[in-house]
Design a protein around this ligand. Sequence first.
Ligand SMILES: C[C@H](NC(=O)[C@@H](N)CCCCN)C(=O)O
Length: 463
Amino acid sequence: MTEQLKLKLNDSKATRWGALVIVAFTMMAAYYVNDVVAPLKTMLETDLAWSSTDFGFFTGGYSFLNVFFLMLIWGGLILDRFGIRFTGKLATILMVGGTALEYYAMTGLAGADATLFGVNEIFGYKTGVFVAFAGYSIFGVGAEVAGITVSKIIAKWFRGKELATAMGVQVALARIGSQAGYAVAIPMARALGLPSPVLLGLILLVGGLIAFFIFSVMDKKLDKQMEEAAIAAGTEGEEEKFSFKDVKNILVNPGFWLIALLCVLFYSCVFPFQKFASELMIIKYGINENVAGTFAGLPALGALILTPVFGGFIDKRGKSASIMILGAAMLIGVHFIYAIPAIDYWLVAIALMIILGIAFSLVPSAMWPAVAKIFPVSQLGTAYALIFFIQNIGLWGIPTLIGKVLDVYCIVGQKADGTNMYDYTIPMCIFTGIACLSLVVAFLLKRADKKYGYQLEEPNIQE
Ligand SMILES: C[C@H](NC(=O)[C@@H](N)CCCCN)C(=O)O
């Protein structure tokens, strides 16, 4: 057999990066749908009679099934048992189905009096709100399982190649989806109707599903080539399988708990904050509602550019633990200044969003590769699934809490269109408190790094 015949699909740079772009498109669509409803909070109040509690309940829905029905854990098991092609397609179908349900809730069940099977209230929530929540929950399962599936795809296609860069590029491309969601939501909803940005998301996800089918054809071919190569090398059957011993090994590692805690605290101050940020921009800083979403999405845009830059720095110079401390400290500054009632100049709001974008690039670019330093490759999928699971507790709990707090403690008046005016001081104090906890955990992680020798401060590339 000639050298050329032995080459596998992922040995070609163009083909493996092509495969990455295909699956990254699916994730881009997922991030778009994840964020596109957030800027519509005020319109949901005026057009569909949602309260802040309804909005917080809906937003927390993303993580509800992942947390209370352990869907991320089952997703991890299915991924390891049935493989990336089956799980990726299943996850994308869940995203499509969930988004279709969400769209139906915002059209067919719009308004306070809408009924489904004769009922206009489910568990104390308006039927439309509950069905939107159910749709977003199903979407959330698909999006998170797709996230761990794509990490595993990158590990498979880029092993021994540009693994860290590929992970950084995938996250950066996903951020384009987020930023697009934040930017188009209000102008599109004003021009074409409230549910139209969700419909666009549904169309994008159908495109993502087609993309995943195309990727599956490539991946099947790669599997065949890998099998042939393994048979030739006499290593067939040595795949990494999920094992409960791995879960135990991960759970007894202090590094796991510190990263998981830092992850839930840090991300709770970013993603849930962004969901309310458009309204904060409009009410407190007087920013025009057509561009408020664009500003709320600025951290995603900053992260798109900076995550690969900081990733490159960490690869060459290290300092991951110190970088996580810096990111957490910046987060405290941002939320604390947002909390001060007297500072309400619009330029400050935008500057703070840019600083948040820098922090949002520093921490993830240090955190996700740090997981790969603490755990062997065979435990990585399980470790990421468990960390995502713990992170989802915050992604569910914090928006639910903030929505409730807004309705109970923060209404300070009504606008001409009848919607509530909120004072965001208490929610921003809550975010500041969580950011302080994340800084404490970041310091503890640095101490643990010294004690257990995780080498988080060492560069990834040894010269
Ligand atoms: C890679 C990482 N992804 C996550 O943290 C996901 N569990 C949640 C994604 C929610 C997207 N709004 C990231 O995006 O940094």
